[in-house]
Write a protein that binds this ligand. Structure first.
Ligand SMILES: Cc1ncc(COP(=O)(O)O)c(C=O)c1O
Length: 251
């Protein structure tokens, strides 16, 4: 299997799904078995990126994130053509990873507002990203909406995604100490590892979500001690920006 997470967590690096499908085909043409192409589409969700249209065989979701959207359920989904999904369905039955009725009911509720939530969060994220990009204590912002023409990632973004979404990372000047000081000062934004909920969450990838990756490998992946990841929610954008502004004061 060729397994991709695009955009990648937490750097928002993009991987070309069409190219991966081509590679899978060329392996089959060379006499081998064609590996399946599976895409974790949790970051942009079903609204902003549709991997099956780009040649993926399987799409997987953490429904815990944008689809659930209220930080009150844990679930996952795997989508694809019937014959590709059939073994997954069989394995699910054997493993027993079937959502309980209450979780399913919560998911049905969430689907009604998914477009509204994701659209609102997407608009807020641009506002927050622009605020951060202009802030003197911020070194860089890895927001897909800032990709510029001429950058190969921009061309890929235009082909593959229909919105920058609302989860991105940024680096502040300094290191871990500065990043921790900022996080500890937050009042509206919550310090937690999840993403895609109605509330804005922030976390420190190097010591939280990606803490199991050795520091040298983190550096290769572009994860630095001064990097913070934000999942922008649906609050009033001025509240989010005001909170970040006062927390940045402490850095
Ligand atoms: C991109 C991505 N895929 C998958 C997962 C796993 O999701 P879950 O915790 O719902 O199993 C996460 C977060 O935990 C994620 O950010």
């Amino acid at each position: 299997m060729i397994y991709l997470e695009t955009p990648a967590n937490p750097t928002n690096g993009l991987v070309d799904i069409v190219r991966c499908a081509d590679i899978a085909r060329s392996l089959a043409d060379a006499g081998g078995r064609r590996p399946l192409v599976a895409v974790d589409n949790t970051f942009l969700g079903p609204l902003w990126q549709r991997p099956l249209l780009h040649g993926a065989d399987l799409v997987v979701y953490s429904l815990t994130k944008y689809v659930g959207g209220h930080s009150d359920l844990i679930a996952g989904a795997c989508l694809g053509k019937e014959q590709v999904v059939a073994p997954v369905r069989g394995m699910r039955t054997i493993l027993g990873t079937i959502s309980d009725p209450h979780t399913c009911w919560l998911l049905m509720r969430s689907l009604e507002t998914m477009k509204l939530r994701m659209t609102s969060a997407m608009k807020n994220a641009r506002y927050v990203a622009e605020f951060l990009a202009d802030h003197p204590k911020v070194k860089s912002v890895q927001y897909l909406g800032f990709l510029a023409p001429g950058d190969p990632q921009f061309e890929l973004y235009r082909r593959q995604c229909s919105s920058p979404g609302s989860t991105f990372s940024f680096e502040i000047h300094g290191g871990e100490g500065e990043a921790f000081r900022l996080l500890n000062k937050l009042q509206v934004v919550k310090l937690a590892v999840s993403l895609g909920g109605t509330e804005t969450l922030m976390e420190h990838p190097a010591t939280m979500t990606h803490s199991d990756i050795p520091p040298a490998r983190q550096a290769e992946m572009g994860i630095t001690p001064a990097m913070l990841r934000i999942s922008v929610g649906v609050e009033h954008p001025d509240d989010i920006v005001a909170d970040l502004a006062q927390a940045l004061e402490a850095v």
